[in-house]
Design a protein around this ligand. Structure first.
Ligand code: F6R
Length: 244
């Protein structure tokens, strides 16, 4: 694991955006695995700036998102599809036909999960997977206790995750109780992984991911088994790491 401890959120976003931009330059038709949530917003904003200044193009880039709420359509303001359109897709020259998320409105969850896995394969796998970290150590929506062997699957969200995500909704009852998520096996299939972690509320989870035993109670700990993981965190998130 390569670990970068940055001063603050801004510096984390900058370093992450530079890393992603360099990968896009090296492979213009890169397959990027994308995360939503608060953590990568700063990075996406800087990537849009880099596009506006002519430094990078998304023309050939292909994207697959980690997850999507079940029951929300791409026009629902709380869906991850809507989020991606707003924060990135509508602001760069990406071909929307090359952007993929699980379909929250799929009638048959089982089929949707299988189709998403086939899609990952047909794209030739993920070159660079961007991840955030849940306060409970989740990656994607792989909650504590999820078997490492899982591929894309339908998840019952943990109570703590529903509470953490309620900030985006009018009230907590509106937060979907289920989501589609790439599984740990799908994530570990990526050639390179970039984990972004900011804020004190993630400090304990990050310490377990890096220094703790690898076990399914801390889904992020499985990253210790991947050959190419870069972690970029701020000082607050690193506060329980000791010297790394
Ligand atoms: C989002 C995702 C989640 C988030 C995690 C952290 O696509 O897969 O695992 O990365 O919940 O969320 P934030 O960044 O909002 O703290």
């Amino acid at each position: 694991m390569k670990i970068y401890k940055e001063r603050d959120y801004e510096a984390v976003s900058k370093r992450a955006a530079s890393l992603v931009a360099n990968q896009i330059k090296a492979k213009p038709d890169i397959v990027l695995g994308l995360a939503t949530g608060t953590t990568p917003i700063g990075m996406y904003k800087i990537l849009v700036e880099k596009y506006n200044s002519g430094e990078i193009s998304f023309k050939k880039v292909r994207t697959v998102n980690l997850d999507e709420y079940r029951g929300l359509s791409d026009t629902d303001k709380n869906s991850y599809h809507y989020f991606m359109n707003e924060i990135l897709f509508s602001k760069v020259d990406i071909d929307l036909a090359n952007t993929f998320l699980p379909n929250g409105m799929a009638k048959d969850p089982e089929k949707e999960c299988q189709a998403y896995e086939r899609l990952l394969q047909s794209l030739g796998g993920i070159d660079l997977q961007i991840l955030g970290l849940g306060e409970n150590g989740h990656i994607g929506f792989n909650e504590p206790g999820t078997a490492f062997i899982e591929k894309t699957h339908l998840v019952d969200l943990a109570e703590s995750t529903i509470h953490a995500n309620a900030r985006f909704f009018e009230n907590i009852d509106e937060v979907p109780k289920q989501a589609y998520s790439m599984g740990i096996t799908s994530i570990l299939g990526a050639k390179q992984i970039l984990l972004l972690v900011t804020g004190e509320s993630k400090a304990e989870a990050l310490a377990k991911v890096i220094n703790g035993p690898v076990n399914e109670e801390v889904p992020g700990s499985v990253l210790q088994r991947h050959w190419d993981v870069t972690i970029i965190c701020d000082q607050a998130a690193a506060s329980k790491l000791g010297e790394v």
